[in-house]
Write a new protein. Structure first.
Length: 160
């Protein structure tokens, strides 16, 4: 649940969901990354991603460096999205993204205390979210209780 949606947050909390982790989302202009030749990484799935992107406006491909493998999303015409802040320490990955599209910015997420997220220069905090969890049985119990309270307060018209 994103922090700028207090009504949704309150509703989920009313269903007994509890916080599992907090996440910070940052946006980073890739234009500040020193461009490389793009040869220190490999990209797979780009042909299919191009077709999906043309059709739907978003897509995903895989970028691999000597350090790690990343699932990279493309959102619209302006953003790359990666679900880990580890990419911020992987120069080859950042240079590979710049090589693919120097105009895009990178959105990535990391835990609340993630040093990569908190210390990366030129990044902007764009959102905070909280993962809420509960058992299915507990959520069902709260929903059923809520539903039964509504039925008790409802007036049922009777026709004669």
């Amino acid at each position: 649940v994103f922090s700028d949606t207090p009504r949704a947050h309150a509703w989920y909390r009313s269903l007994s969901l509890r916080s599992e982790r907090r996440t910070k989302w940052i946006e980073l202009p890739l234009s500040l990354t020193q461009p490389g030749n793009g040869h220190d990484c490999t990209v797979s799935g780009l042909d299919e991603a191009d077709l999906n992107h043309f059709r739907y406006g978003f897509s995903q491909f895989t970028l691999t460096t000597n350090s790690a493998t990343y699932r990279v999303g493309r959102l619209g015409q302006n953003l790359f999205r990666v679900g880990t802040s580890a990419i911020l320490q992987d120069t080859a990955a950042l240079q590979g993204l710049v090589h693919l599209d120097p105009e895009r910015e990178l959105v990535c997420s990391g835990s609340d205390g993630d040093a990569n997220i908190l210390s990366f220069a030129h990044s902007s905090l764009i959102a905070e979210s909280e993962r809420l969890v509960s058992s299915g049985a507990s959520v069902m119990e709260h929903l059923e209780l809520s539903l039964s309270k509504r039925h008790l307060n409802q007036t049922i018209p009777i026709r004669l």
